[in-house]
Design a protein around this ligand. Structure first.
Ligand SMILES: Nc1ncnc2c1ncn2[C@@H]1O[C@H](COP(=O)(O)OP(=O)(O)O)[C@@H](O)[C@H]1O
Ligand SMILES: [Mg+2]
Length: 250
């Protein structure tokens, strides 16, 4: 199906209490992503990109509203049901690689497969193929500490893709790398997502990386706004955050 919706965010609200004050991150935020789309989540740091991605990835919970993944509403699922859904359908790349330090690259990539019940031998085969596609087959027996930042992040991407998830969420996946490595690793990530016709939602504060994606969505005053749609121009121009985003990303 050409326009099947993979991720739908429906009327999400979320705020944090910071001392006496309450900061609103999501204010009736709604948005959906169709199969095969690669969508950038843009905006300066502190606007709530991580909070939104963690909520979309069922790692955090909104105060109200729903996250619908592949047609399934998740707000009423138990933690256990959410974990199962996440393991099956979502790959997540964190800003810091979050690899297990005591495990080799191969073992790190095998882990989500083993959790999903794939037999060890088959899991190793799949892990090898993913590491190979990331140019890291010669690193399969190395631990994270023995690798560079760019290599660690490529292992983290291989791990997120190991289960062939229908949805990839990535939180500034190259944010901690130098500009050269950031570009290389990002290209690698996009290539993998496009080749497998996966759907992706990727946070970045980097306008150059954002422009490589199909659509650019910004969090503006708690709402999700597609900055390339003409009908949203007024909303963006009326908000100080919106104007900042237009200046940097348009
Ligand atoms: N657990 C938390 N408790 C209180 N405030 C938080 C928490 N997590 C994030 N925040 C605040 O929410 C805002 C958005 O954070 P974040 O989602 O990390 O933004 P971004 O990823 O765009 O930098 C920040 O002001 C941050 O301090
Ligand atoms: Mg963040």
């Amino acid at each position: 199906m050409a326009d099947k919706i993979v991720l739908e965010l429906k009327g999400l609200n979320k705020s944090f209490n910071q001392g006496e004050s309450k900061i609103v991150i999501l204010n009736d935020a709604s948005f959906s992503i169709k199969k095969g789309e690669i969508v950038a989540l843009i905006g300066p740091s502190g606007t709530g990109k991580s909070t939104l991605l963690y909520t979309a990835g069922l790692l955090d919970k909104a105060d109200s509203g729903d996250v619908i993944i592949d047609g399934k509403m998740t707000s009423k699922l138990s933690d256990n049901q959410k974990t199962k859904l996440r393991c099956k359908k979502i790959g997540f790349v964190y800003q810091q690689h979050n690899l297990f330090a005591d495990f080799t690259a191969g073992e790190n990539v095998m882990l989500p497969l083993l959790i999903n019940g794939v037999k060890r031998e088959r899991a190793l085969e799949i892990a090898k193929s993913h590491l190979d596609k990331m140019g890291l087959i010669n690193r399969i027996n190395h631990r994270p500490m023995e690798m560079s930042g760019g290599e660690q992040q490529r292992v983290a991407i291989a791990r997120a893709l190991a289960n062939s998830p229908m949805l990839l969420l990535a939180d500034e996946p190259t944010g901690n790398l130098d500009p050269y490595n950031s570009e290389v690793v990002f290209e690698n990530l996009l290539l993998r997502v496009r080749n497998d016709n996966m759907t992706a939602f990727i946070a970045t504060h980097n306008p150059i990386l954002a422009k490589k994606m199909d659509r650019k969505i910004a969090l503006v005053d708690g709402k999700l706004v597609d900055i390339d749609l003409k009908e949203n121009m007024q909303v963006l121009e009326n908000s100080s955050m919106g104007r900042k985003i237009l200046e940097a990303f348009k």
